[in-house]
Design a protein around this ligand. Structure first.
Ligand code: ZN
Ligand code: ZN
Length: 260
């Protein structure tokens, strides 16, 4: 590459003899006839000539630029004059930028539960740094309800069998209803039958997920009233007694109406 200012109007004899590496000439004059080239300068004459000056008005292009990343240096890029491709200024290294990560897409790394929001994570493809965010709302809280059950206003007969049914609002994937009688876990499932009740008791339906209780899901502790008065027990006794008789005999005696 050779730059010749327009103030040069003649090249001496053989000044560029043998300069066969010369490929590009940028000359400030209007054309090659503005300069007198002496003999023996074939290399100069055979080079590719551009008629322009190299100054700040000359268009440039930047090559080999690379942004720094969280792990590697960058490069500002080499600046070339655009028309001729002559290097104007070499670039310089740019320091590592610890914040220049290449984060990928957000992926779910912790599913939401009734207790915690779901967590999403994105990972830098270069250094493995991770970002997390918790924007997936918690699952709605499970809630157990016992159906058609009004313990405060109802008294059950002595030695009767009482069936309770419960359902769960917002059930969890591995949830189960546990029935507690007087604080003791007596049954698992949606339906519980208290057989042959002989005393009032406290009933509560609780909810377990994967074997672990969800306290917020439990029902209130309900009192189930059982009539344990003398006559109630007497009636139950006779009901049991006459239950041993054939149905036809009970009907004959009218007991089916008295004790059922
Ligand atoms: Zn040039
Ligand atoms: Zn990174």
């Amino acid at each position: 590459m050779l730059t010749i200012p327009d103030s040069v109007t003649s090249i001496g004899w053989s000044a560029f003899g043998g300069c066969w590496d010369l490929k590009t000439v940028c000359y400030g004059g209007a054309n090659q006839s503005a300069i007198l080239i002496g003999g023996g300068n074939s290399a100069l004459e055979n080079a590719r000539w551009f008629y322009h000056k190299h100054d700040d008005k000359t268009a440039t292009e930047t090559r080999n630029a690379a942004a720094p990343t969280c792990k590697s240096e960058g490069y500002s890029g080499d600046v070339y004059y655009a028309p001729c491709g002559v290097l104007k200024q070499a670039g310089e290294k740019l320091p590592v930028d610890p914040n220049a990560h290449a984060f990928g897409a957000w992926t779910l790394t912790a599913a939401p539960t009734i207790y915690a929001e779901g967590v999403e994570t994105q990972t830098c493809a270069i250094c493995g740094a991770k970002n997390t965010r918790s924007i997936i709302p918690k699952l709605p809280m499970a809630k157990v309800a016992i159906h058609d059950f009004t313990p405060s206003s109802k008294t059950y007969a002595y030695r009767s069998s009482i069936t309770f049914a419960a359902t769960v609002e917002n059930p969890t994937p591995n949830g189960q209803i546990h029935w507690f009688v007087d604080g003791e876990d007596v049954h698992t499932g949606e339906v519980y039958t208290a057989e042959n009740v002989r005393h009032s008791f406290f009933l509560q339906a609780k909810y377990f997920d994967d074997g672990k209780e969800i306290p917020q899901a439990a029902t209130e502790i309900e009192k189930v009233n059982v009539n344990t008065g003398f006559f109630a027990r007497l009636i139950a006794f006779f009901r049991g007694l006459f239950g041993l008789l054939p149905k036809e005999a009970q009907a004959y005696l009218g007991l089916d109406r008295v004790f059922s």
